[in-house]
Design a protein around this ligand. Structure first.
Ligand code: PNW
Length: 479
């Protein structure tokens, strides 16, 4: 990989999210989010932890910026904690000037160091009051209006930010939050796990509401802010790569495509094509909401860029029985082994993640084709390491497995650009540092920087942090 194939202004760097790194849950007037509430329920987080301290980044912005400088990063993707800005969340609730001041200064400090901020408005941490007040994400009228108000407050407060992401992975908030119940607010039909929830319906309603809220915020940005500030706005979607379990079986080939549609096209088809995928309409029937004319006008064409989060791949096997009511995959199985016994990739600490860089290449090409060659930013990509948390520090910082993951995935990205003409403008590795890995707590580490949770949150760069910069610099054009 010696050829310089990426554009001169290609942005590479690292990503994080507010609840996973900030800590300081009550500092300067912050209100609780649904994740504070969820973490307090026994059994929801593997190690019984929460984001109460995390990396203490709220008090260590200078350290985090120094880390970014050390890696040579050109960009940093972080998210804003809505309940720091509007502690109760709603459009008639007071705005907290201290919350705004914090992010304003952070953006200024990043820019002073020449680091381009990529700002996510919502990375799962809904103000808890909105969930209690009217059912949060399930309530289209109220929630869309409150999100629009919050978005406008942030666009107004941070005119120097030119790269906005409305939502991070609405699939996760919808499915893990309202179907399996693994994530906040933990709704599911499984009454052993939650007293409330309807896995067959709520997730599809929430997904629909995300699209309307996204379209509404984008309209506000384009009409009220883009003309004076410039800048771009898009949504970030997650999606794993797929291979048919049996390449010779047309039903597995079809199921693999259906898996992409149920995860990615659920959101991307309405935005780029103006309708839900036919496979979803067919399986879900009237449980999938329909768009009114006004809603469609908001949603269609609402991406200036496509934000892509990507980690892993699966073999896909079709199911022979009719889909269950709570099925969200498209009536199929996701497997780590193919019919011929081929393995998808080595195990990591995350049950769902196995490295397979070829899948990344395939998916980039698929996306580019299906959505007519959009401008893509890879807004997350990275891996955990099996057993990393149990290793001594000198072994943890020598994370060759993670370094090799990045070599493979960045190589696949370069190939998609140079050989397939995919339009990729930036790449943000997940994550700048070890952090609160949601339901997995602190046992699973994703950082290129080690964070010592027992030792005053001290940060130490790992090997992987040091290889990404030189790798990108060798493939970015200089002229
Ligand atoms: C993404 N899954 O989440 C998130 O955007 C990050 O906040 C998170 O830390 C990172 O990936 C690593 O997990 C996901 O179960 C969480 O398939 C879970 C899944 C996928 C993505």
């Amino acid at each position: 990989m010696s050829k310089a194939v990426l554009p001169k202004d290609f942005l590479w760097g690292f990503a994080t999210a507010a609840y996973q790194i900030e800590g300081a849950p009550t500092a300067d007037g912050r209100g609780p989010s649904i994740w504070d509430t969820f973490c307090a329920i026994p059994g929801k987080i593997a190690d019984g932890s929460s984001g109460a301290v995390a990396c203490d980044s709220y008090n260590r912005t200078a350290e985090d910026i120094a880390l970014l400088k050390e890696t040579g990063a050109k960009t940093y993707r972080f998210s804003i904690s809505w309940s720091r800005i509007i502690p109760l969340g709603g459009r008639n609730d007071p705005v907290n000037p201290k919350g705004i001041e914090f992010y304003k200064k952070f953006v200024d400090d990043l820019l002073k160091e020449g680091i381009v901020p990529f700002v996510t408005l919502f990375h799962w941490d809904l103000p808890d009051e909105l969930d209690k007040r009217y059912g949060g994400l399930l309530n289209k009228e109220e929630w869309v209006a409150d999100f629009a108000n919050y978005a406008r407050v942030m666009f107004e407060a941070l005119p120097k930010v030119k790269n906005w992401i409305t939502f991070n992975e609405p699939w996760c908030s919808s499915i893990l939050g309202y179907n399996t119940g693994l994530f906040a607010p933990g709704h599911t039909s499984d009454r052993k796990k939650s007293p409330i929830g309807d896995s067959s319906r709520e997730c599809w309603i929430v997904g629909h509401n995300f699209l309307i809220a996204h379209g509404t915020a984008v309209k506000i940005y384009r009409e009220e802010f883009k003309p004076k500030n410039g800048g771009e706005i898009g949504i970030t979607l997650n999606g794993d790569a797929v291979y048919p379990w049996d390449q010779e079986d047309p039903l597995d080939v079809e199921a693999a495509e259906r898996k992409l549609e149920f995860s990615i096209s659920w959101f991307a088809d309405p935005i780029y094509h103006g309708h839900y995928p036919a496979s979803m309409v067919k399986q879900l029937g009237d449980r999938l909401p329909t768009f009114t004319k006004e809603e469609l006008d908001l949603v269609v064409g609402s991406n200036d860029f496509y934000g892509m989060n990507h980690y892993t791949a699966n073999f896909i096997k079709h199911k022979k029985t009719p889909p269950a009511e709570d099925d969200y995959l498209g009536n199929l199985e996701t497997l780590f082994e193919s019919k011929t016994g081929e393995n998808i990739g080595p195990e990591t600490q995350s049950f769902w993640l196995r490295p397979n860089p070829q899948g990344f290449h395939n998916l980039l090409v698929w996306l580019s084709k299906r959505y007519n060659h959009p401008k893509i930013y890879v807004t997350e990509n990275g891996t955990s390491l099996k057993g990393e948390n149990d290793l001594p520090l000198e072994k943890i910082v020598d994370d060759e497995f993670r370094a090799e993951y990045f070599r493979g995935y960045i190589g696949a990205l370069a190939k998609a650009v140079s050989e397939d003409g995919v339009d990729i403008r930036g790449y943000m590795a997940w994550s700048l540092m070890d952090n609160f890995e949601w339901a997995e707590g602190y046992e699973t580490r994703f950082g290129v920087t080690f964070v010592d949770y027992e030792g005053g949150q001290k940060r130490t760069l790992k090997k992987s942090a040091k290889i990404i910069g030189p790798l990108f610099e060798s493939i970015i054009r200089k002229d």
